[in-house]
Design a protein around this ligand. Sequence first.
Ligand SMILES: C[S@@+](CC[C@H](N)C(=O)[O-])C[C@H]1O[C@@H](n2cnc3c(N)ncnc32)[C@H](O)[C@@H]1O
Length: 285
Amino acid sequence: MTVAEAWNGPLGQHWAAHPDRYNAMLDGFDGPLFDAAAIGARDRVVDIGCGSGLTTRMAARQAPDGRVIGVDISEPLLARARSLTDAEQFPQVTYRLGDAQSCAFEPGGHDLAISRGGVMFFADPVAAFTNIAGALRPGGRLAFLCPQPAQPDGEERKALGLLASLLGRDHTTENAVATAMASLSEPARVHQVLGAAGFVDIEVTGVSADTCWGKDAADAVEFFVSRTPGLSVSDSTRAAMTGALLPHESPSGVMLRAGVWVVTAHTPQRTADGRCSYQRRPHTP
Ligand SMILES: C[S@@+](CC[C@H](N)C(=O)[O-])C[C@H]1O[C@@H](n2cnc3c(N)ncnc32)[C@H](O)[C@@H]1O
């Protein structure tokens, strides 16, 4: 199954069915993303891989006199985004189905592109970020989150790996989505891709936060199991999985520490005579 098929199939359907779960999981990273994005009241924002649109609506709250377009390749997720977005409350929000790598953005028509984990899945990342750069005005901004490399002893990785092994599955099994998910996990690669796409002032900053997987261990196991359609799990396995998550229970839920990169960059400014004030420069990790 290709990445686009997965986001239009079981994976996208699961995200569309559980927006609150995924939003709770990513909640600790929203502050760093929006601090980095520094959205102004009149900004024209594009949210790349907007999913069910929480960050699109958050951006719209910060840009009441601007406009925000959420772009996503997944029909089920965009349908969910539309159903969750009150047109009267968010008249400045529109959603668009498309591959951000190739869809025709209004050239230079945006001040800012943001993404909460929607930019790792491109078939050709340099082409995709070149397309996104073309959507931004000179001096436009880019701010996105992407996962850090999975550390074998990282809390989230260890706990999810244990759940997978109790199910008799190898958590490290490669598939197209898992491979794509890690495609920007090395900062040197981020610099290389964004530099080749014409961005400047590229910064990659690590942020850690607790990701919430459920209100308690049993609830988190239920959610974990539901991610594989049709999976049947015996009571004893379910009990073992619940036991594995008990140490992570807290009053706020089952919390697993994880890390992302906050990436920011700009498109080059233009001088009064229309020339770029930055020369495209070689990648410096
Ligand atoms: C990890 S989810 C994040 C969704 C959303 N940003 C959020 O935080 O809830 C990745 C999103 O990127 C979208 N996506 C994947 N490839 C894409 C592409 N080439 N163009 C646009 N969206 C894409 C997926 O459909 C999915 O909604």
